[in-house]
Design a binder for this molecule. Structure first.
Ligand code: ATP
Ligand code: MG
Ligand code: MG
Length: 386
């Protein structure tokens, strides 16, 4: 059978690798960590940093197609892989997305709706932005995820500290958007240009980290259409082959804005393994292997809640039995060795009769698993409404 190479062997690679193995593909992975989450599912692991061109060439020479689960891969490595085998997604969308400023400027130049932002070259640019726009968020250009590499400011006086905290180098500064709710839309696109758009996911973040996500999103049909059209258009314009997740804000004024893009499977679509006709992982395999894209209908409302390392750092061990006694719930662990605060270790999922029901179940399951950490995000079940 054919071999798929993965640049990056974290949980996204692992879950994609499970799907790919089920479909008969062989998996090779390149990751800096020897004990990466994808290793047990791969027949070959290359342990090397992501900027190691020779290691990437070795991977490419063994694989029929190479994909990635992180966007921070040096362009010279992407070029080296693309020169030897099919790289999907290709260099250009990854290059645009991997730098927050480049990504924002690309979105702006293509007319997509965004909040206000500026590329700060010095601390005073941050201060000017806060003076002009009020509360803002400064973000490092490369490498941030789960809200890392971000500093929130409400006073121009905080600009110098923010500049220093982000390494005293160019950074992105965004006006803090008044968020009504957050959405994401996942798009799959084949080499031929065929697309499959997922129904929007409704997402909740706490301190910059995803806490839960649910489909269907419980939004108006008009908003769902708008978000799906927006995401499809971005995917086509940027020329993704594989998956593109478009993270959006719906503001308290009802505006739909793009937050950021991800050229890979996305944490907010882990529920697609439970309630959508084709999981995002299978869909990625279909897209990069030029197979027909699968249906994206939601056949069961489903929700996920992230499990961070904090769950395993409590005085009492997580109560898996109690948690899995919630009807419709399931536990997914990523097989990561050490639990650290804030590290994504797994997630819970649940299906239900409605989005509200699925969300209620997954949060109940979480509460039973780890009563000590749920209060850190949402004690009360949120009411989904638009
Ligand atoms: P991810 O883990 O999704 O890659 P990230 O670290 O790249 O996240 P962002 O998506 O930029 O970070 O921000 C994380 C969260 O912080 C957002 O989902 C949102 O809840 C909040 N946030 C980010 N930017 C803004 C903004 N300009 N206004 C209001 N809230 C924001
Ligand atoms: Mg991000
Ligand atoms: Mg994000």
């Amino acid at each position: 059978g054919a071999t798929i190479g993965f640049l990056g062997g974290g949980q996204l690679g692992r879950m994609t690798a499970f799907a790919a193995r089920s479909m008969g593909y062989d998996i090779h992975v390149l990751d800096p960590e020897a004990a990466c989450a994808t290793r047990p599912i791969a027949s070959r692991t290359i342990t090397a940093p992501f900027n190691d061109v020779n290691a990437a060439i070795e991977l490419a020479s063994q694989c029929d197609v190479v994909t990635l689960e992180i966007e921070q891969i040096h362009p010279s490595v992407l070029d080296a892989v693309a020169a030897r085998t099919a790289l999907r997604p290709g260099r250009d969308p990854v290059y645009i997305i991997q730098d927050r400023i480049r990504q924002k400027q690309w979105l702006k130049s293509h007319g997509f709706p965004l909040g206000r932002f500026v590329a700060a070259q010095q601390a005073s640019d941050i201060a000017d932005m806060v003076r002009e726009c009020g509360a803002s968020i400064a973000k490092s250009t490369h490498g941030g995820y789960d809200g890392r590499g971000q500093v929130r400011l409400s006073d121009p006086e905080q600009a110098m500290d923010a500049w220093t905290a982000l390494g005293s180098r160019e950074c992105l500064v965004e006006q803090k958007v008044s968020i009504h709710y957050e959405l994401s839309v996942l798009v799959a696109r084949s080499p031929s240009g065929a697309t499959a758009v997922y129904p929007p996911s409704r997402n909740h973040h706490t301190s910059g980290v995803l806490t839960w996500a649910v489909v269907p999103a419980v939004i108006s049909d008009e908003m769902a259409q708008r978000a799906q059209t927006l995401a499809r258009t971005v995917a086509e314009r940027i020329g993704i082959v594989g998956l593109l997740a478009v993270e959006c804000f719906v503001t308290t004024d009802g505006e739909l804005l793009v937050n950021e893009l991800a050229p890979r499977p996305h944490n907010t679509y882990h529920h697609s393994e439970r309630g959508v006709a084709t999981s995002q992982f299978e869909q990625l395999v279909r897209a990069i292997c030029d197979l027909p894209l699968g249906a994206t209908d939601v056949f069961a409302p489903s929700a996920i809640a992230n499990l961070l390392g904090d769950v395993w750092l409590q005085d009492s061990a997580p109560d898996v039995t109690h948690a899995l006694n919630v009807t419709g719930s399931r536990l997914h662990l990523y097989g990561k060795a050490g639990a650290r605060a804030g590290r994504k270790m797994g997630h819970l999922s649940a299906v239900g009769d409605s989005a509200q029901d699925a969300l209620g179940r997954v949060l109940e399951s979480y509460r039973r698993l780890s009563p000590g950490t749920i209060s850190s995000f949402d004690v009360h079940e949120p009411v989904l409404a638009h």
